[in-house]
Ligand binder design. Structure first.
Ligand SMILES: [Zn+2]
Length: 249
């Protein structure tokens, strides 16, 4: 880690009270990845930095980073974007909260990923625009997040033999590897059957196609499949808390 003044955009991931007057805040920053920082006096109503740092807000931070130190002190935090629609719509709120949860639980500290930062900021803004289904946006983000974490799920070819998927009726899914062609699924007796609708939804999301028909069950099945897959690849992942509260997406 370098030492010096850092100026960076950031997404607020969580905020806790610390002492009588301060807050400890978790950020996903554009330049330094996930960091934890203190906002001294942040609980005062007069603190601009304190007021700017609510969960899901996008802010611009100035802070001094010092070699060997894990907890930084924020000099200033200025509000760039506040998702005013998201916090009034329950589905959008659960979806946006889950974006934040993935960043908070599964990204390594102090590891910059500009693409992941930009994609995360974009999806929060899109959810706030309230155009399109927030659940579909979230599933798209979930796939993007896995890809950026080095464990993407590819749908066009078999994860074991690499052959193109031609018969989507007999595709299987293995939580350790991903999509299996009919032959690998059968030969290795691995994976679970997935419906053609589920495979098509996965493929459309991967290819960035417009999702015309949104069947609730298929959306929910894909969500469960992504959770199981994520649990297999990240030991610490216990599922998304926001959706557990309402029993699924
Ligand atoms: Zn195969």
């Amino acid at each position: 880690m370098r030492s010096g003044l850092v100026k960076t955009e950031a997404i607020v991931l969580s905020k806790f009270k610390y002492s009588d007057s301060s807050n400890i805040v978790n950020f996903y920053t554009r330049k330094r990845g996930r960091i934890t920082a203190m906002i001294k006096g942040g609980r005062s109503l007069k603190s601009k930095s304190g007021l700017a740092t609510d969960v899901l807000n996008i802010v611009e931070l100035f802070y001094y980073e010092k070699e060997g130190r894990d907890l930084f002190t924020i000099n200033t935090s200025e509000l760039i974007f506040y998702p005013k629609h998201v916090i009034t719509d329950i589905t959008s709120l659960y979806c946006a909260t889950s974006v934040v949860e993935l960043l908070k639980e599964l990204t390594p500290e102090h590891e910059e990923n500009d693409r992941l930062y930009r994609g995360s900021e974009k999806i929060i803004r899109l959810m706030d625009d309230n155009i399109g289904d927030a659940r579909i946006l979230f599933l798209k983000y979930f796939l993007f997040f896995l890809e950026e974490s080095g464990v993407g799920i590819h749908s066009e070819s078999c994860s074991t033999c690499g052959n193109m998927i031609v018969n989507s009726e007999q595709v299987r899914f293995d939580p350790g590897n991903g999509i299996l062609c009919a032959k690998c699924g059968f030969d290795k007796r691995r994976g679970i059957n997935i419906s053609m609708e589920l495979y098509r939804l996965l493929e459309s999301l991967n290819k960035g196609l417009t999702i015309e028909v949104i069947d609730k069950k298929t959306v929910s099945d894909l969500f469960l499949l992504l959770e199981t897959y994520t649990r297999t690849h990240f030991e610490t992942f216990k599922g998304l808390k926001a959706f557990r509260l309402i029993g699924g997406i």
